[in-house]
Design a protein around this ligand. Structure first.
Ligand code: NAP
Ligand code: ZN
Length: 358
């Protein structure tokens, strides 16, 4: 017997969201049932459901920034009890046996991990995401939300938080260089970017935000940046050549990759997390000169996601959010793409209650 819940669904890339009901599986012995309180809107949800990355399986419910309360647990669950405050991010299963899973890198599972939505689950069904009232997840893919964090401000950490924390930690944003803090540039001040700024600053880095305009300058400083630079100003790429040890690239659209690589110091690193739909071009000369590194990063493992949540709690960091109702998702998507949301929109799932099912 499955669990019927209300969810936001699209039946095609150009269709509006509608409130409908979807079925969650009856919990298996190692599953937890989570009563979802808040679900963040990640730009990956938008790329996916607008079919910008291709291969969207409709009808589809997206959402992989999930925060809520454990409502029931399967008989073999050991880590969670009813009432626990928990989160689920981009992953809901993996083989658990391979080298990557054993190294807590479930995002790289050699058998292929199971994404929270639009992925083929172990039982052959297509996973449905967190814009819903409840979700049923294997207990290994659940994280604890620190008590001090509100559900809506915590939800975005499950993707935007870990996606920025992991490469900042991997590439040593916390390590001084020649006795001075690392010079870290965060490219793009959206959902990911605003978490990246806060986390890099908490790690002790000297943070610069690179944005298209200076519109968000005051907000960037409040998040912990030392400065903001506008990439569209005359002479920008020339004036700031060779300045940064690490660039965290969160941009969701096409960029002049070679020009941005020119902003790195010799041996500097550009960690790419933004995934625009189109292929980007690159001249190898841009990394050969100065022996630079162009690195990718894909979310993070579950243990590191918990580490990130605890780090954020310890440093008083959370997402800066705008809460929306289920009837505002379409309009909010347009506003995210237009750069008008500061900095993450989060769906208040309590608004499902009064929503009529289409
Ligand atoms: P977002 O909130 O929309 O932020 C994206 C930022 O990119 C914008 O705020 C904007 O920064 C910049 N931008 C947008 N269009 C641009 C353009 N045409 N030229 C230059 N800059 C532009 O999106 P998000 O949720 O942070 O996600 C960002 C990207 O990361 C998406 O592609 C998403 O799919 C990807 N992502 C990857 C992972 C991973 O594991 N690697 C995880 C989550 C998301 P300014 O307004 O400051 O210029
Ligand atoms: Zn995401």
């Amino acid at each position: 017997m499955s669990i019927t819940v209300k969810a936001l669904q699209k039946t095609g890339p150009d269709q509006p969201f509608r409130v409908t009901t979807i079925e969650r599986r009856d919990p298996r012995p190692d599953d937890v049932v989570i009563d979802i309180k808040a679900a963040g809107i990640c730009h990956s949800d938008i790329h996916t459901i607008r079919n910008e990355w291709g291969e969207a399986h409709f009808p589809l419910t997206v959402g992989h920034e999930i925060a809520g309360i454990v409502e029931a647990v399967g008989e073999n669950v050991t880590g969670w009890t009813v009432g626990d405050r928990v989160g689920v991010g981009c992953l809901v299963d993996s083989c658990g046996q391979c080298e990557e899973c054993r190294a807590d890198q479930e995002q790289n599972c050699l058998q292929g991990n199971v994404g929270t939505y639009n992925a083929t689950d172990v039982d052959g069904t297509i996973t449905q995401g967190g814009y819903a009232q409840k979700v049923v997840v294997n207990e290994r893919f659940v994280c604890r939300i620190p008590d001090a964090m509100a559900f809506d401000a915590a939800a975005p950490l499950l993707c935007a938080g870990i996606t920025t924390y992991a490469p900042l930690a991997r590439w040593g944003a916390d390590q001084a260089k020649d006795g001075a803090p690392k010079k870290v540039a965060v490219l793009g001040l959206g959902g990911l970017g605003h978490m990246g700024v806060q986390i890099a600053a908490a790690m002790g880095a000297d943070v610069t935000v690179l944005s298209r305009s200076r519109k968000k300058e005051q907000l960037a400083i409040e998040l912990g940046a030392q400065q903001m630079l506008a990439t569209t100003e005359d002479g920008f790429f020339q004036d700031h050549r060779g300045q940064f040890d690490l660039i965290l690239n969160t941009i969701s659209a096409d960029i002049p990759v070679d020009s941005y690589l020119g902003l790195l110091k010799p041996r500097g690193v550009m960690a790419v997390v933004g995934l625009p739909p189109e292929n980007q071009s690159l001249s190898f000369g841009s990394v050969i000169g100065g022996g630079k590194v162009l690195a990718g990063s894909n979310i993070g493992g579950i243990a590191e996601t918990q580490e990130m949540l605890d780090f954020c709690a310890e440093h008083g960091i959370a997402a800066q959010i705008e809460t929306i109702g289920v009837d505002e998702a379409d309009a909010t998507y347009d506003r995210v793409v237009a750069g008008e949301v500061f900095f993450r929109a989060v769906i208040d799932t309590a608004t499902f209650e009064d929503a009529e099912v289409a």
